[in-house]
Design a protein around this ligand. Structure first.
Ligand code: DGP
Length: 114
């Protein structure tokens, strides 16, 4: 059996995280290495490796993650706007193989990203 990802260990409460939102489908917590004044990760509790591994059966879950991103942005007072990003695979810069959305805000964000 493959080793648990760090995010699965957070879901299983084996390691702590600064959780800002939780429901039956997902968890949102502050990134350990913030790239903006607000940097939160939204992850499904279900183990899905990446955007590339989503199937039609995950349609409601995928939409739910986006809705939660917006709700958390509002909860954290990101009134000036924010960015929601999903890194996918090596070229996308994904380092944890458990699907996650980055919610970044609290400063003006440059575009395009590197
Ligand atoms: P990505 O590169 O898109 O796979 O993003 C993974 C993010 O996960 C990265 O921004 C750092 C964050 N991260 C890694 N390990 C931990 C951890 O143990 N706790 C928290 N809160 N964040 C973590």
């Amino acid at each position: 059996m493959s080793e648990k990802t760090i995010f699965k260990r957070i879901i299983d409460q084996e390691i702590p995280a600064n959780i800002v939102y939780e429901d039956e489908l997902c968890l949102a917590f502050h990134d350990i290495s913030p790239q903006a004044p607000t940097h939160v990760l939204i992850i499904p509790k279900q183990e899905i490796e990446s955007v590339a591994h989503l199937t039609a059966a995950d349609q409601n879950l995928a939409g739910h993650l986006l809705l939660v991103a917006g709700r958390v942005a509002e909860q954290l007072g990101l009134t000036g706007g924010y960015r929601v990003v999903a890194n996918c695979g090596p070229d996308g810069g994904q380092s944890v193989d458990h699907l996650h959305l980055h919610l970044l805000g609290g400063r003006s964000l440059a575009w395009p990203p590197g």
